[in-house]
Design a protein around this ligand. Structure first.
Ligand code: GLU
Length: 695
């Protein structure tokens, strides 16, 4: 028999003692270690440790984790408590956050599974046409389809052709605008380009007249409507380092763009035996496709016209070159045709920037940098100021999706930019950047699959910027662990009903919460109010139009009232015109052993734990244990995580709970043990497992 040690009231089969744990570490660290030990071990397996980190969405290639992975690489297979402490104390906080489920998207596995489903659902859509105005775009493989998502903590999701280079085209426009804003500030930039919807085609030659109708109209007061239409993009390009050569300017912008996607200049050069050793970036700067740039140039008369028009407004910076003396003094008619290099250089640079190539993963990272207010998530390099980002996102939101921008924002509610190369990127501020690549376009120039993916994401997730204006219990909040999101939809109301707190219920009604929502056992506020005899709550709920519905066992609130001798409540329900069924509970031995469950003060965390157990969400359970929630915490019906895991046949969860000391003979309100639940629901594997343990 193993030496049994208890920690926080639950057993941990640990060679060391709990005193030792506590002496050496904070409670937080001890909880974390305890949560990570599996299968009754007092150590963590290295491979499992890595797996948990990868499941949280972080990547092996993440520079921030280099030293951690080096340590793990050299570590023997098992991590003891001492080793664990030394590992996490010398790693960035990020590691602990990932183990505790505190990254931007805490339930990254669930999120990734949903994204996979979206990918599969959208893939069969092969409608739309490739861009055809230049040969290289006509020649791409139309079947390609990739999705990449990067969160502000650097969690990465990739699917399909997300590492394939494609022509970013107009997706470069917001970044040019940002770089111009960084250089000159909003006030100066807006002297050159406005931030109004144009209501016209992206390549329209019409400019906006400022001071429309005013008496002080200056002839040169014409500017592009915004930086997302070609005129605006050529203007912002023209504003970036106009004094430098086109080559220097292109290099500069590639570097700045590179920083947005996690590229950095080789630095920290040190010398070893006379040799210079530089830390190299894993990421490449955006690639320049000269052939595409030339083709853009050959066919780009509309853009060329736009450039000249901008020069005519007086707002496009001049190159500073002097007009040379007339070389044809002696000729009667001949003279050198002069074009101010400011315009040709701006156009050349614009064509070059449209011809950059990147992967969906790169662009998702740049989008995540915007979502992260200008700091690249993986390098922590502040590339753009917060103000720049805040000035850019509204313009993307208004004009980023060609002539579909207004409806796109209404539906999807996120700033986005698309390009005719088939890419669309979206920014979910303070959460993530998304890029979809699929080259078939609709009539206005947006990737068809890209649009569909964006729509699917907002149909499943609360990411529309104005989702705060509605109560919606069907769509998932990706900022929460999935079990917490489920708990949030019901826990407060049920606990309030169970405690007789009308005030809380009133508040929930005023925020339009649905009080009919049940928990993992389909228990509702009306059940608990009836069980606990809160007649005023029952009346309140019925007045609010809440309907009695059956729970997991087929029991209506009237049964709760009957079982607990609340006659007046029974009368109330008897008067309603409803055919009630009787609940079917199964209790093999009502007088058998009985264990205590834990009462835990944070009630919603208990509901979260039980949801996680029901869903076989071991990650979710582990993260709650890391937060110090006792595995055997009980809810308002004395149900525990093991009851739920057993009832749903969640064997992994059952094993995790038991190995973390969950007692086996806990009894719910009706007297059922977890094993009774497994039997009633015919969960054979759980039945066998628990029966074996209880022998
Ligand atoms: N290179 C294209 C043009 O300037 C831009 C294409 C796009 O909108 O993505 O017309």
């Amino acid at each position: 028999m193993k030496n049994e040690v208890t920690y926080r009231g639950v057993a941990i089969n640990d060679g060391s003692t709990i005193d030792k744990l506590k002496e050496q570490a904070t409670d937080k660290e001890a909880n974390l270690f305890f949560s990570l030990c599996e299968n009754n071990n007092d150590f963590i397996e290295v491979e499992r440790f890595k797996e948990i980190i990868f499941n949280s969405g972080l990547q092996q290639s993440d520079d921030r984790l280099e030293s951690l992975f080096n340590k793990l690489h050299n570590h023997k297979n098992n991590i003891s408590f001492e080793d664990f402490l030394s590992i996490i104390r010398t790693s960035p906080l990020l590691v602990q956050k990932s183990l505790r489920g505190e990254l931007a998207i805490p339930d990254f596995q669930d999120f990734s599974q949903n994204m996979d489903k979206i990918y599969e659902k959208v893939k069969p859509n092969t409608s739309g046409e490739l861009a055809s105005y230049i040969p290289p775009l006509k020649e791409v493989d139309p079947e390609q389809f990739g999705i990449a998502i990067v969160t502000i903590d650097g969690q990465v999701y990739q699917r399909g052709e997300s590492n394939v280079d494609f022509s970013i085209q107009s997706m470069v426009k917001p970044f040019n605008y940002c770089i111009a804003l960084e250089k000159l500030g909003l006030e100066k930039v807006s002297n050159h380009v406005s931030a109004e919807p144009s209501g016209r085609q992206f390549d329209d030659l019409t400019l906006m007249t400022r001071n429309m109708g005013g008496s002080s109209l200056k002839p040169n007061d014409r500017v592009p409507f915004n930086p997302m239409v070609n005129a605006g993009a050529i203007m912002t390009t023209g504003l970036i380092n106009p004094e430098d050569t086109p080559t220097e300017r292109l290099q500069y912008i590639r570097e700045e763009f590179g920083r947005l996607i996690g590229w950095f200049k080789p630095k920290n050069a040190s010398y070893y035996r006379g040799q210079k050793i530089e830390k190299k970036s894993n990421i490449d700067m955006p690639r320049f496709n000269k052939n595409v740039a030339r083709q853009e140039n050959f066919t780009g008369y509309n853009n060329i016209a736009t450039g000249f028009l901008l020069m005519a407004t007086g707002n496009l910076p001049h190159s500073g070159t002097e007009i040379e003396e007339d070389k044809h003094k002696d000729s009667e008619y001949e003279f050198d045709f002069h074009v101010e290099p400011g315009v040709t250089n701006a156009l050349k640079l614009y064509f070059s920037l449209c011809s950059l190539e990147m992967t969906a993963k790169d662009i998702a990272m740049a989008a995540a940098t915007l979502a992260n207010s200008g700091v690249c998530p993986v390098t922590q390099d502040r590339v753009l100021s917060q103000r720049t980002v805040r000035s850019c996102l509204p313009v993307m939101q208004m004009a980023g999706m060609y002539n579909g921008s207004g409806e796109f924002f209404q539906d999807i509610g996120l700033p986005a930019k698309s390009g005719v190369g088939g890419g669309i990127f979206l920014v979910v501020p303070q959460l993530m950047g998304i890029c979809i690549f699929s080259p078939r376009l609709d009539l206005v120039g947006n990737s068809i699959r890209g649009l569909e993916v964006a729509k699917e994401i907002t149909e499943r997730y609360l990411v529309h910027l104005f989702d705060g204006t509605m109560t919606d219990t069907k769509r998932i909040d990706p900022r929460l662990p999935i079990a917490r999101w489920r708990a949030n939809n019901c826990a407060e109301a049920i606990w309030a009903a169970s405690n007789g707190s009308i005030r809380t219920l009133e508040r929930l009604v005023s925020s339009q919460r649905n009080l009919e929502v049940g928990d993992y056992d389909r228990r509702t506020p009306l059940h608990l109010a009836s069980a606990e005899g809160h007649i005023e709550v029952v009346n309140f709920l019925l007045n609010e139009g809440v309907k009695p519905i059956p729970d997991r066992w087929g029991g209506y609130p009237i049964s709760d009232a009957k079982n607990n001798d609340h006659k007046e409540i029974v009368d109330i329900f008897s008067k309603l015109d409803i055919e009630y069924t009787e609940p079917l509970h199964y209790i093999e031995d009502p007088n058998g052993n009985s264990d205590e469950f834990a009462v835990y003060e944070n009630e919603s965390l208990v509901i979260e734990l039980l949801f996680a157990a029901a869903e076989n969400d071991v990650n979710g359970i582990r993260q709650l244990v890391a937060q110090g929630v006792p595995v055997h915490a009980g809810d308002y019906d004395s149900r525990t995580a093991l009851h739920l895991a057993a009832a749903e046949g969640s064997l992994d969860a059952v094993k995790y709970l038991v190995s973390h000391g969950h007692p086996l003979y806990v009894r719910d309100r009706w007297g059922a043990t977890p094993l009774d639940e497994a039997k009633r629901e015919k969960r054979d594997s759980v039945n066998v497992f628990l029966t074996e343990l209880m022998k």
